[in-house]
Unconditional design. Structure first.
Length: 202
């Protein structure tokens, strides 16, 4: 196989991988109309994780307890450090990536925007952490629901969007850290919702 053929095969494989990553996600507006955001310059965002399942564990706390104990058996204190990162990555990685891609795709400034008329609340209902051990891997993914409410009246839901199987992996596949894989799932989700908003308001 010559260099040109090898390069062509690599590019085709990369494109297929990228396409499967983008289109593996299912987004659906199940209530309301995103055109309500026309004329808005910003949207406030909030994130919730209560009652979230993780992998084969129906309850997140059972997953965290299992992983913490497993890591601590291998190296004292490692599990405790991991448990802190598991929660800390939400504010440090997942939410910033979601907001960044939502902003880029929709044109609305996203994040802590307390003066914004509307707030998007993203609730993660399920997380698949995935794994990457070199030869064997499984992509991370998340399921959830985004609701858009009036900031001044959070009980009033304007729009509801379901998110299924938002995939998480890096383009080159060097995502050995769980947080990196899940971070990409939030990036994909933010971009997907942002594109829906952009289509509705422009």
């Amino acid at each position: 196989m010559n260099r040109f053929t090898t390069l062509t095969a690599f590019v085709m494989l990369a494109c297929i991988t990228c396409a499967s990553t983008v289109f593996g996600q299912k987004l659906k507006v199940t209530e309301g109309d995103l055109s309500i955001l026309k004329g808005q310059k910003a949207i406030n965002t909030q994130f919730t994780y209560d009652n979230m399942s993780v992998g084969k564990f129906p309850k997140e706390e059972d997953y965290v307890q299992s992983k913490t104990a497993d890591y601590n058996k291998k190296e004292a204190g490692r599990g405790d450090t991991w448990a802190k990162s598991w929660v800390g990555d939400r504010v440090g990685r997942f939410e910033p990536q979601f907001n960044e891609l939502l902003t880029k795709a929709s044109g609305l400034q996203s994040g802590t925007q307390k003066d914004a008329k509307y707030t998007l609340i993203f609730h993660t209902s399920s997380t698949e952490p995935g794994f990457n051990v070199g030869v064997w891997r499984k992509n991370a993914s998340i399921d959830g629901e985004a609701t858009i409410v009036e900031t001044a009246n959070p009980s009033k839901v304007i729009v509801r969007i379901t998110v299924q199987n938002a995939p998480g992996r890096t383009f080159m596949g060097n995502d050995y850290d769980t947080g990196v894989r899940i971070q990409e799932a939030y990036a994909i989700t933010g971009r997907g919702i942002g594109r829906l908003i952009d289509k509705a308001i422009n």
